[in-house]
Design a protein around this ligand. Structure first.
Ligand code: NAP
Length: 312
């Protein structure tokens, strides 16, 4: 005889890797948005939502679930969730901070080195046999450069710590000066003007929408490069494409995009651009830790009324 699960039914919004899906199914009775259609009784029973940061939760969905008490996202970014609206309705929102810092920082470093040393092109060069007929063009050294971190938070600090052994100088932009020896800028354009490399790792959402625009890219200059592991919305993609086409900056490495998955974008055509499919936290180890934290948020909340890592 199977024991009934001790938690109320949960709505799963988004597709999860199989191992994570299994973990969720072991703990909760899960339903998908399609199950709600034509089943008002189910809408009445759902008390939690589990989702991922690349899915959007509509206010209308919150309205459809009168007993909803918690939305748990697998990810640190929650710009896809109408947090204020949820909180006004008494719904707790949780995310999974810290457990993904290392993976995202590793990817930022990997993207930066790939961009400066043209590693994807070098790989194609050797595999195609082109090396037999010509030398590979010279690339750029990281050591000695000045790196500007846009959003020196949990992930930004991990990136900075990993960059220091490469013998670079660090500066940062944010809303508040931190108790650090690195140069603080309250103007992102000034930071761009004073640095060779800009790494974007602030949150998405209205406050940072198109923070990186044509003026910032002009300030970064023709030998400057941009790395974005934050959110696509932080960079004005049309202005970035214009800057790349006009050699206003030297190149870009991007893990995140305005529309994901990336469609037929001009970004796919630039040889001085390295692209990744929003994979900052996408390692087996990290995704399992994120799922565990999301599950602990849900189960802890249903047991005690307290979530481990609520937002806001
Ligand atoms: P965090 O600890 O909250 O750090 C965010 C930093 O951004 C803080 O230093 C904050 O400094 C700054 N910031 C916040 N609002 C700002 C604004 N309006 N203008 C300028 N700076 C602002 O967050 P985190 O855990 O490091 O995560 C950062 C972001 O990384 C997430 O929100 C998510 O979008 C992105 N992310 C991407 C991936 C990926 O797969 N690529 C994975 C995880 C996270 P001040 O408060 O001083 O402004």
């Amino acid at each position: 005889m199977t024991m009934p699960l001790p938690f109320p039914p949960i709505l799963k919004v988004g597709v999860f890797p199989e191992r994570i899906d299994q973990k969720l199914h072991q703990t909760f009775q899960l339903f998908e948005p399609g199950d709600l259609d034509g089943d008002p009784a189910l809408c009445e029973r759902i008390e939690g939502i589990v989702t991922r940061s690349n899915y959007r939760i509509a206010e209308a969905l919150i309205d459809r679930l009168p007993r909803l008490r918690i939305i748990a996202t697998n990810g640190v970014g929650y710009d896809g969730i109408p947090v204020e609206y949820a909180q006004k309705k008494g719904v707790v929102v949780t995310n999974t901070p810290d457990v993904l810092n290392e993976a995202v920082a590793e990817l930022a470093l990997g993207l930066l080195l790939s961009l400066l040393r043209h590693i994807p092109a070098a790989d194609a060069f050797v595999k195609s046999g082109a090396w037999q007929t010509a030398p590979f063009p010279l690339t750029t050294t990281l050591a000695g450069k000045r790196v500007g971190i846009v959003g020196l938070g949990r992930i930004g600090r991990e990136i900075a710590q990993r960059l220091l052994p490469f013998r670079v100088e660090i500066a940062y932009f944010g809303r508040t000066r931190q108790d650090l020896t690195w140069d603080f800028y309250d103007d992102v354009e000034k930071l761009a003007a004073d640095t060779d490399i800009l790494i974007v790792c602030c949150p998405g959402g209205p406050a940072t929408h198109h923070l990186i625009n044509a003026a910032v890219l002009r300030a970064l200059g023709p030998s400057g490069v941009l790395v974005n592991v934050a959110r696509g919305s932080v960079v004005d993609e049309a202005q970035l494409c214009a800057a790349l086409a006009g050699q206003v900056i030297a190149g870009a490495a991007l893990d995140v995009f305005n529309e994901e998955p990336l469609g037929d974008s001009p970004l796919r055509g630039f040889s001085n651009v390295v692209l990744a499919p929003h994979m900052g936290s996408a390692t087996n180890e990290t995704r399992l830790r994120m799922a565990d934290l999301a599950i602990d948020n849900l189960s802890g909340f249903f047991k005690t009324g307290q979530a481990l890592t609520p937002v806001g």
